[in-house]
Design a protein around this ligand. Sequence first.
Ligand code: SF4
Length: 239
Amino acid sequence: MTKEEVRRYLEFYQDLGVKTLYKRQPLVTIHQPPSTSHLPPIVLSLGPDHDNLAKISEDIGDCKRCRLHEGRNKIVFGSGNEQAKLVFVGEGPGADEDEQGMPFVGRAGQLLTQMIEGTAKKEGLDLLRKDVYICNVVKCRPPENRTPLPDEMEICGQFLFRQLEVIRPKAICALGSTAAKALLGTKDGVMRLRGKWHKWRDIPVIVTYHPSYLLRPYNQNAKREAWEDLKKVLHFVYD
Ligand code: SF4
């Protein structure tokens, strides 16, 4: 990159409200639930000092920073407990979410609610969907529900990272390979990533299938695996 390109790049991120940039860390895979008490104090606020969700939402505003604004009805920021110990990250809004401005409210969202509340109940945990926080990598619906493109993920992902830094959950559950890619910087698919702990900065991450994949009738094995993944992360966070 030339100096001029670096200057323009930094100005672009400044315009997004990002004041500090960090080098992406290599993918870390660990085989046991990490003890957060032993984690090194890696930094890390991408956003302004005293950042909070309201400020991030304000910075997003009537966002036109990427082409996804062209077809959206509503920006889908995220919903749930702002002090949640567990955050679910999906890919992007679908038609129902775009209409209501809320994440995971369509069929896949209903399945996610059943998965969270059903698994918690079976495992004897007192947990409802409203107790966790749910958001997506991109805040506007991609046309025809296509996968977000790398530049869209890169731009909108800065808001996701600020949300995660503000909430500072005990763990993150990445729903599907797009969320895993955004958080872990990996091209690996869910089948390779699931069943192990990873990290986004210093926060433990579990990867599992996106609920819309689980809605397909032939995915019985994936449903069982997703249930195992959820059990693992729920016990880690709430035991
Ligand atoms: S997807 Fe994100 S960056 Fe793109 S227009 Fe929507 S809010 Fe802005």
